[in-house]
Ligand binder design. Structure first.
Ligand SMILES: Nc1ncnc2c1ncn2[C@@H]1O[C@H](COP(=O)(O)OP(=O)(O)OP(=O)(O)O)[C@@H](O)[C@H]1O
Ligand SMILES: [Mg+2]
Length: 255
């Protein structure tokens, strides 16, 4: 993309934004290709207007936006130029065993976003409570926004539901469906990746999630189950070992 065109697009995308943190969060992810990608999503109506930043994470920033019909959506943009990646690159670059041409970094990140989108789609089809995945393009995912106009849904880490019985029921059913019906291992399950909205659990952040045939699936599965055990204990349930939790999920998957 020509520089003038890029600058024109950026100034149009930024036109409504006053908040300094939000501006900074956009600058982190807005390389020329990402601007073009957002612009295409705007042309096709998936995004009408970008809003405030919801989160600035290690690999991606998440923004509030509205679509053509003014319905709120969440836009997750994976950074092409993460410091993380640049840091890793130092190690990979000098290693003769690892030959990834530099230009492929972009492709790897696109695949990562695509994988998260596919995982959300599969999970949703199998009745796992996840934000509904709307569209993905290159390093950008558009999904259902969980929250209201003023605030995104809090993390389970920050907020415990009032009706814990019902919350736990819903969580266990969702996870039984995820692991045994969708056959996906989340691989980063924790109270940081569960949102609480209207007293119900929404599972998020599935970029690293994998199917059971992945060589590390069992390792991550046990990590997830240890995290789930902690979550259930915090919610007042008296499970004592990860094996009890696994048995509970399997029982629900069969039932
Ligand atoms: N659909 C959504 N609706 C509302 N908020 C969301 C949504 N998806 C993500 N968020 C918010 O954005 C944050 C980051 O999302 P996510 O966990 O998917 O990204 P991440 O790359 O793992 O970020 P981090 O590196 O911080 O873990 C979440 O903790 C949550 O607060
Ligand atoms: Mg996360």
């Amino acid at each position: 993309m020509k520089l003038e065109k890029y600058q024109e697009l950026v100034s149009r995308l930024f036109s409504g934004i006053r908040d300094a943190d939000t501006k900074k969060a956009y600058q982190e992810v807005f390389d020329a290709d990402t601007v073009a990608t957002i612009y295409k999503l705007m042309e096709s109506g998936y995004i009408k207007e970008l809003g405030n930043v919801i989160s600035t994470g290690k690999e991606a920033n998440v923004f509030y936006a509205v679509d053509e019909t003014d319905t709120p959506v969440a836009v997750k943009i994976y950074r092409i130029n993460t410091t993380e990646f640049r840091h890793l690159w130092k190690y990979i670059e000098g290693d003769p065993r690892v030959r990834i041409p530099k230009r492929n970094r972009r492709t790897i990140i696109y695949q990562w976003a695509r994988r998260e989108f596919k995982n959300l789609e599969t999970a949703h089809k199998h009745n796992v409570r996840v934000p509904f995945p709307i569209v993905h393009r290159k390093n950008v995912i558009v999904m259902e926004y969980i929250g209201n106009e003023n605030n995104p849904a809090p993390l389970l880490k920050e907020y415990l539901p009032e009706d814990r019985e019902n919350f736990v029921e819903d969580l266990l059913n969702s996870l039984a469906n995820l692991y045994y019906s969708a056959e996906i291992v989340h691989a980063d399950l924790s109270e940081y990746n569960i949102l609480v909205w209207e007293d119900l659990p929404y599972i998020i952040d599935m970029g690293q999630s994998m199917t059971w045939d992945h060589p590390l699936a069992y390792e991550f599965f046990y990590r997830d189950m240890n995290q789930l055990l902690k979550i259930l204990q915090k919610l007042g349930k008296d499970y004592k070992t990860p094996h009890e939790v696994i048995a509970e999920l399997r029982r629900r998957a069969k039932g």
